[in-house]
Design a protein around this ligand. Structure first.
Ligand code: F0G
Length: 457
């Protein structure tokens, strides 16, 4: 019998979590105005709000904290992290930042100006935010297959080369760079193939454009290349990562994901001139070059985390757990985005509640019902997140209306996943009894999903 994968770690310390009753949760979520962000974490049993900054560090990472060098300038921790980044990604220059969006802020301060156009594959919200804040325009060139949740495509994060070429030829002068998000969070944690990266590089060379990778989940992307793309079966994760990044000029990183640390980010690049320009903004916004918003100890833990996240055994158990949950949901007939992504399972709320109109915030409804059922917190990726159209003031209805169940790294067991699946099944079984969604009673002009207040219809 072939042995199944098993976690390449054992548990040394535990954090107790407490269960609550359905009556308590009904009260708490009402008091929270049906916004899951308003719940204090002690009211949540299993927290799948995000996989960002919520992972468990290893004993080696914890011991690295003790070795942190907190010197303002020239700390050994900076050089340790620089060495790890050079080794793993191949970039000689790097700047630490306090998290991913800070990396975007610094790099885009150098590269993006009013009127620019930045093509990519479903830019993440903060990426889009930093582009639009500078009065530039992100253009989504993701392949169409990504928007059909039932269709199998091994690399739904891919860029459609025809769409990209059209943007490049039309707006050539206005494009400072192409951005590729690995894996593509917005489209469901879907990976980009090596072939696609190579072809985008080829196109970018023809138009002499830089390529930047938004690399938050780069290691998970590498795992999918190894397991799904022909020719990479026998290559190590580290070899695949090096090849992936050979097609990029620079990267932004949210270390809170595949760095397996609780806070941190960085920018890395090949070009010394770009490094020098970015340094100016880094010093202004983040901190001096050799710490940029991170404590020395945290840079140490990150250098170690990057080593751990780029091993096959770790990724096999990590992504294996995400797929364990996804497959359980499929067994129960629950509609999810396929194929299952790297960091999360996305439940298709429009298919879950076909009898409720999208205007009643169906993904939010599903997230709230799942919380009431089992104390499980997911997040709405749908109409609330999409905000209103700034021109018309009307809700924008995205093609996909989903609940994301993002799984923190090395935190929960598969028993927890069984529990989540059972809770969702119970909601599914009573779905036709749920007839109405929500209306908004308060909302902020942008990024409303964080603070929105709702009332049941
Ligand atoms: N890029 C991607 C693809 C992300 O998913 C995120 C964050 C960022 C950039 C920004 O990084 O949070 O460190 O500032 N995603 C989190 C999430 C918030 O829940 O998916 P950050």
């Amino acid at each position: 019998m072939e042995l199944p994968y098993a976690e390449p770690f054992k548990i040394k310390m535990v954090e107790n979590i407490t269960r609550s009753t359905k009556e308590e949760r009904l009260r708490w979520i009402k008091e929270a105005k049906y916004n899951l962000f308003n719940l204090s974490s002690d009211k949540v049993f299993i927290d799948l709000l995000t996989d960002s900054g919520t992972g468990a560090m290893s004993d080696k990472q914890w011991s690295e904290l003790m070795l942190g060098d907190e010197s303002y300038a020239g700390a050994s921790s900076y050089y340790k992290l620089q060495h790890a980044i050079k080794d793993i990604f191949g970039f000689p220059y790097f700047l630490p930042t306090h998290q991913g969006r800070a990396a975007e802020n610094v790099l885009f301060s150098v590269l993006v100006k009013e009127g620019d156009i930045i093509p990519g594959n479903s830019h993440f919200d903060t990426t889009k935010g930093h582009i639009e804040f500078r009065k530039a325009i992100p253009i989504d060139c993701t392949i169409d297959e990504a928007f059909d949740t039932t269709l199998y495509h091994p690399f739904k994060g891919n860029i459609d080369l025809n769409k990209l070429e059209q943007v490049l030829s039309q707006h050539h002068q206005k494009i400072p760079f192409i951005i590729i998000t690995l894996t593509n969070n917005t489209a469901g944690g879907q990976p980009v193939s090596m072939e696609n990266l190579k072809e985008v590089r080829y196109l970018a060379n023809r138009y002499q454009k830089m390529i930047i990778f938004d690399s938050a989940r780069f290691a998970e992307n590498a795992f999918f290349i190894k397991t799904r793309e022909k020719g990479y079966e026998n290559r190590s994760i580290r070899e695949i990562v090096r090849q992936m990044f050979s097609y990029a000029d620079a990267m932004t990183m949210s270390s809170k994901k595949d760095g397996i640390v609780n806070i941190g980010g960085f920018i890395a690049m090949n070009d010394e001139k770009l490094f020098k320009q970015a340094t100016i903004y880094n010093i202004m916004f983040e901190g001096y070059i050799t710490y940029g918003g991170m404590a020395g100890r945290d840079m140490n833990a990150l250098a170690q985390g990057l080593q751990e996240s780029t091993t096959y055994e770790y990724l096999e158990s990590r992504i294996g757990q995400v797929h364990f949950l996804g497959n359980k949901l499929k067994e129960y007939g629950i509609p999810i985005q396929e194929p299952i992504g790297g960091h999360a399972v996305f439940v298709d709320a429009l298919k879950f509640f076909p009898h409720i109109p999208q205007s009643e915030y169906v993904a939010q409804l599903l997230a709230v019902e799942l919380y009431i059922e089992g104390g499980v917190r997911g997040v709405e990726i749908g109409t609330l997140l999409a905000d209103r159209d700034p021109k018309t003031g009307q809700d924008r209805y995205p093609k996909l209306e989903m609940v994301r169940l993002a799984i923190p790294r090395r935190v929960y067991t598969n028993n927890h996943m069984e529990y989540v699946a059972a809770a969702l099944k119970n909601v599914y079984d009573r779905r036709t009894d749920i007839r109405r969604g929500f209306k908004i009673t308060y909302e902020a002009p942008i990024l409303r999903h964080f603070t929105v207040e709702l009332e049941r219809l």
